[in-house]
Design a binder for this molecule. Sequence first.
Ligand code: MV4
Length: 448
Amino acid sequence: MFEKILIANRGEIALRIHRACREMGIKTVAVHSTIDADAMHVRLADESVCIGPAPARDSYLNIHALLSAATITGADAIHPGIGFLSENANFAEMVEEHGFAFIGPTADHIRVMGDKVAAKRAVTGAGLPVVPGSDGAVATVEEARALVQRIGCPVLIKATAGGGGKGMKVVNHIDEVDEQYRLARSEAKAAFGNDEVYMEKYLARPRHIEVQLLADTHGNVVHFGERDCSIQRRHQKVVEEAPSPALNKQEREKVGMLASRTAKLLGYRGVGTMEFLYEDGNFYFIEMNTRLQVEHPITEAITGIDLVREQIRVATGAPLGYTQEDITFEGHAIECRVNAEDPDTFAPSPGKVVAYHPAGGLGVRVDTALYAGYSVPPTYDSLVAKLIVYGATRNECLMRLRRSIEEFVIDGIKTTLPLHQRIISQNEFIDGQYDIRWLENKLKDGSL
Ligand code: MV4
C-alpha cells in the first residue's frame, strides 16, 4: 500500500481524495497556488507545498512543480483528481518515469480516449455500438459533402481532439456543409490546436447515460451501473441521478455489460466512465473519460462502494476481490452541482462566504471545501459544493433533496441553489421526462 499520496488538485475533490487516503492510513500532501494558501484542502492535508501563482497554468498545471513537490515530500503516488492534469497522457507518463505511481489509467489509454476518432475505433473493434458516421477523420470538404449525402441530414461535425462540445457544428441542409465544415475546423484549431474533425448522424433529443467502470491490473472489470447526466447547460452538468429514470433493468444490465466487456478487451485499468447517447431505446457510445468524475458520489450512494478507495487499491496492483454479481444497487441518488454563480444569469459570483451551514440528516452528503470566512477565488471553476441526496425510492430522494436545498445556507456569494430548487420542482423532472436539451429549452423560454 502507498504510504503517502500527493493530491494534484484543489477544492472539494482534493478533500474527497484526502478522506479516502486517511481512511486507508495513507498520508497526504496538498499542493496549492498562492491564492489557495488558506484553502480547506491545504488545512486538512498532512503536508502542503506551494507550487506557484494563481493561474492554473503556473500552479495546478505545472508538471515540473508537481514532480518537485512529490520528490521533496517523499510521496509514492500522485492522484490527479478531476480536471487539470487528470487526462493528460504526458503527465501520467512523466509521473511514472519519475518513479511515482500514477493513480489512473496508463498513458496509452488516456491518449487513445483523448482522441475521439481513435476511441470510437477502439470500442467499435470491441463490439460497442457507436453513432453512425464517418469512418475516422474527414479530411476534405468534398469528403464531408459526400458523407452528408450518404447519411442524410442532420449531421454533426465534431473535433477529434474534442469533448465538451467545442468545435461541434450541426449540418441541417446539404448547402450548409462547406461553411459548417470550415467553422468546425477553425474552432477545433483554436480550442485544441488540432483541426481534425469527424462526422456523425446528429441525434436531436438523446439522453446522456454514462456507465461507471472499475478495472484492476489483473484483467478483472466491473461496472457500477449508470448515471443519467442529461440535465446540462453549455456542456456543464447541472444535476445527475442514478439510476437513470429512463432505463429498465434489462437495458441497465445490457449497457453495463457492454461497457465492462469493452474495458476488459481494451486492457483498461483504474476507474473510467463510458458515455453513451440514449435515444429510442438504443445506446450509442460517444466518449470515454479516463478519470474519476465529479458525479461519482451518486454511484457510491446506490452501491455503497467508496470509488476513490477502490481507485487507490487497484493503483497499488491489488486485485478487485469481488465480481459483478457482488455489486448490488439499492435506492436512488441525485447530485446537484452548486456553483458560485448568479442563479439567473450564470455570471460568476466569487467572494467571501460570510455564513455557511450545510444541509444534513439521513441520506444527505455535501462534498465541499467551503467554510465560513473563506473567499472563493475568481481564478478557477465555479463548482463550490455538491449536494448528494439518497432515498430508498426516487420520490423519497426528491422530497429529501427539496428539504436539503431549503436548509443549505451559503451567504455572501450567489449560488445556483435556487436554480436547483426550480429544476427539481418541474413536472418533467419529477416524471423523469427530460433529455439533453430540456434545461436549455426551459431557460430559453423562461418557464423555469
Ligand atoms: C452528439 C449529440 C448529438 N448527436 N453526437 C456534446 C459534447 C460531446 N461530449 C458530445 N456531445 C454531443 N454529441 C451526436 N451524434 C449531442 C451532443 C450534445 C450533448 C451530449 C451529452 C450531453 C449534453 C449535450 C448537449 C449538447 C449536445
